[in-house]
Design a protein around this ligand. Structure first.
Ligand code: SF4
Ligand code: SF4
Length: 109
């Protein structure tokens, strides 16, 4: 059996991290401004990352394997990403609220 996944053409990747943010399954690895890579063991082949890449360097390939190989990981990875995004959003909201409080406090002086 084969399954479809995506891979990143490294020569064209600018490390913008847009694909990481888009992937619901945390299947892309990379640091800002450096080449990113896809973890084939976790990629579902959903292709959501393809249209958002500004350099069009994400391509579909077939690999040996079965969709059953990743079924359990899909749910786990999806929930892990949701939890992480939610933590970041809460932290951002808290930072913004604290900035607003400081500004308002200064205005009242
Ligand atoms: S195809 Fe889907 S699962 Fe695979 S890296 Fe792209 S967004 Fe993530
Ligand atoms: S969106 Fe494209 S260019 Fe940006 S990090 Fe991902 S693969 Fe690289």
């Amino acid at each position: 059996m084969t399954r479809r996944v995506v891979f990143i053409k490294e020569d064209n990747c600018i490390g913008c991290q847009i694909c990481i943010k888009k992937c619901p399954f945390d299947s892309i690895i990379g640091t800002e401004n450096f080449v990113h890579r896809v973890n084939f063991n976790e990629c579902t082949g959903c292709k959501l990352c393809i249209p958002v890449c500004p350099t069009d360097c994400i391509k579909v390939i077939s690999i040996d394997g079965d969709k059953k190989d990743i079924t359990e990981k899909i749910l786990f990875n999806f929930q892990r990403k949701k939890a992480r995004v939610s933590r970041v959003e809460k932290r951002t909201e808290s930072i913004i609220n604290s900035q607003i409080d400081k500004i308002l406090a200064n205005e009242q002086k």
